[in-house]
Design a protein around this ligand. Structure first.
Ligand SMILES: *Cc1c(COP(=O)(O)O)cnc(C)c1O
Length: 369
């Protein structure tokens, strides 16, 4: 059995350190929990090379809070990619804004910057680039575009912590960024966690207020926020794991290279577009195949876990029916949604397992087509 994702293999390797970090929290000290959170926030800000990291309960909360901190008028438009995870678009709506969806770039799974340019209107308040599957959007180019129109950028870094564009880490661009540490991310907590990253101290102060119901002090609430705190035990876990992240990312890249080599002879498997080495952290390794659902069933029968990320375009999500949004029909994004399948890429995967998965895929797509 090769699972799609495994925290247990990672935690087994770190068992001693994790037990020690969690056991060291002094339950008799009322300030210990706050210290765990502040320690992680400082460590994360340092890793991401940003002025502030403000920890919250989830990536979804991080995006909602980062967007609310912009103080944009209710109903203002926020541009993001139509191919993506539900939470990005839901956060835009929950923050009180109108999502405007754009297509993916040709041959890619990330937003098309030309389409972003075309989607900008006088009501656009922000752009939310998503570094999908760990591949960095070209942030210098996006920043230039946003600056021309005085539009804010809130990066969705949920899948891309550690990726760089033009040598700079994602999450450190724009006005603010939202990051997730949910159990499935490449820096994972036991259940949920998130943070807002920013270089703007005023935004950081707003975000700190917004994570506590918009309290401005003395129970005076100046903005409607959320009740969103990172669990201190999660903070201790994340603090223990963060120093290993770069090693894990290096291994993810190795695994991706091995898959891509294994698929090189099979025209029916379209592998992720080549990028600069540092631009992709392979949070997911996602290929395109002709008979995606058949392949998925075949892999399940072989004991290989997979995930279809994502079969629905965001503007089509039933939950958004009745909400105001803007989308056209997107041929590239629609094709992706029909063809993508994500296969195991967690760093503890063994070479023999990578080759087993590759072989199972190649033999299926070559015989079925
Ligand atoms: C996981 C994820 C989120 C939401 O994060 P949670 O911590 O699960 O709330 C948002 N955007 C993207 C792209 C994600 O992958």
């Amino acid at each position: 059995m090769i699972p799609f994702h495994s925290n247990s293999r990672q935690h087994a390797g770190l068992a001693q350190d994790l037990t020690q970090a969690l056991g060291a929290i002094d339950l008799t000290d009322d300030t210990a929990f706050g210290r765990e959170i502040e320690k992680f926030e400082a460590q994360l800000a340092d890793y991401c090379q940003v002025g502030s990291a403000v920890a919250v309960a989830s990536g979804t909360d991080a995006l909602i809070i980062a967007l609310r901190a912009l103080d944009a008028p209710p109903g203002a438009e926020v541009i993001t990619c139509d191919f993506g995870f539900y939470a990005t678009a839901a956060s835009i709506i929950m923050a009180g804004f109108t999502p405007v969806f754009v297509d993916v770039a040709p041959g890619r799974m990330i937003m098309d910057l030309d389409a972003v340019r075309d989607a900008i209107s006088p009501r656009t308040a922000a752009i939310v680039p998503v570094h999908m599957f760990g591949e960095a959007v070209n942030m210098p180019a996006l920043e230039e575009l946003a600056a021309q129109h005085s539009i804010a950028i809130v990066e969705d870094v949920a899948q891309a912590l550690g990726a760089r564009t033009n040598g700079q880490l994602v999450g450190s661009f724009g006005t603010a960024s939202g990051i997730s540490f949910n159990w499935s991310k490449h820096l994972s907590s036991f259940s949920n966690g998130g943070a807002v990253l920013t270089n703007d101290s005023e935004i950081a102060a707003r975000v700190r207020s917004l994570r506590g119901h918009g309290n401005a002090g003395g129970f005076k609430h100046t903005r409607m926020g959320l009740n969103s705190r990172l669990n201190p035990f999660e903070a201790a876990l994340l603090s223990t794991k963060l120093p290993h992240l770069d090693t894990w990312i290096a291994r993810r890249r190795e695994i991706a290279d091995r898959y891509t080599r294994n698929f090189a002879s099979s025209a029916n498997v379209i592998t992720p577009a080549a990028t600069a080495d540092e631009a992709h952290v392979f949070h997911k390794y996602t290929v395109r195949v002709p008979d995606r659902d058949g392949l998925r069933k075949h892999l399940t029968d072989q004991g290989v876990g997979t995930l279809v990320c994502y079969p629905w375009l965001l503007h089509d999500q039933p939950a958004f029916e009745g909400h105001s949004l803007r989308a056209h029909s997107f041929e590239r994004a629609s094709n992706l949604a029909a063809e993508v399948i994500s296969i195991p890429v967690f760093p503890e995967l063994k070479d023999a397992e990578i080759d087993f998965v590759s072989e199972a895929i190649v033999s299926y797509v070559e015989s079925a087509n």
